[in-house]
Ligand binder design. Sequence first.
Ligand code: AMP
Ligand code: MG
Length: 393
Amino acid sequence: MTSEADALAAVLAKVTALPSVKAALADSLGRFAAQDGFALRPLPAFDNSAMDGYALQAGSCRAGMKLRVVGEQPAGADRGLAVGAGEAIRIFTGAPLPVGANAVIMQEDVTREGETIVVHGNAEPGEFIRRQGSDLAAGQKILSRGERVAAQTMALLASQGIAEFEVGGAPRIAIVSTGDELAQLGETPQPGQIFESNSIMLRALALAAGGEVTRVEHCADHLETMTEVFRHGLQGDAFIISGGVSVGDHDFVKPALRALGAEIDLWRVALKPGKPFLFGRAGRCCVFGLPGNPVSAFVTFLKFVRPALLKMEGAAEEFLGLRKVTARLASEVTNSGDRPHYLRGRLHEGVFVLSGRQESHALFGLSRANALLRVAAGGKFTAGQSVTVELWD
Ligand code: AMP
Ligand code: MG
């Protein structure tokens, strides 16, 4: 059995980034930058007012002074105004600063009397002025290759006038669930059958990980049928199979993959839940065989499939894993087994509480959970102890 770390390394070693594509800025959320980006223009773009008020010369703004209002500069077209000693120009937030002005006084700090203002306080040079380039200089690096594009990154790129740019490609993913005991949604389960619930979960996880899901199919535990269904599944960049990968008499995933000439790089990982996890390749398609138990499928997706998909999308290494945070453990946990155990629980306001039963079929507890706690083989954490948990939302 392969260790968890070796298994992940083996998967990532075989995965390469897909060719980059040009994305419209509006469609780039969650994608990964395919190249470094540099500022095309400074921010702020020009000296401008941070307030609604009056632009003036700081030296002529001492409490009690009266200044003549000689013009108005709204945000928008630069009227090319200038201000001298003893004068003020009505100005609004974001408006270009008139020539000669070196401060802005807030409108709340003056009394307007016709074409004059009386100032109630002193202004210091530079007050309420946003200087050109003080936030960002032209040429400065604004984006690193492999960085995930967030809403605020999109705003920054928009501020540069960038409407489209290169991002990593989205993997095309096929998903197949296997099992004779599984009824499809809309069908009536026969005695002994349960509803098939993995494919809808795996599709959602794959989409959340930035993939493009091209097929979702179900397949009976029958070698020839499986081989035919798998043949189509192997056409894309990633193929995710649920169930049929254990050692039961009806587990045909491996023979079906072999019949199609796939190479199986990895089978069985020292991990709970998720021991039967399989990874292989057929041509340029990566194959992930996940155990059928819903929690095992979920955990192995997050631990092995998600990092692989993100790497295909061009993510930098730091983005491949789940986000780790420190939490206080609500109650003692132990792992008397010989494999690391990922417990599911809920992190709320810094406290991690296990949610529901911790067996690999226990879907309800998983549905309440938002984080994983890894307990090493033979490991123990006491109640109140500070632990690291991994978030998937
Ligand atoms: P398997 O990995 O095929 O041996 O399945 C292990 C357990 O997971 C069995 O109890 C299956 O009924 C269950 N299972 C397998 N596939 C699914 C699925 N797609 N949806 C819900 N349960 C499943
Ligand atoms: Mg099965």
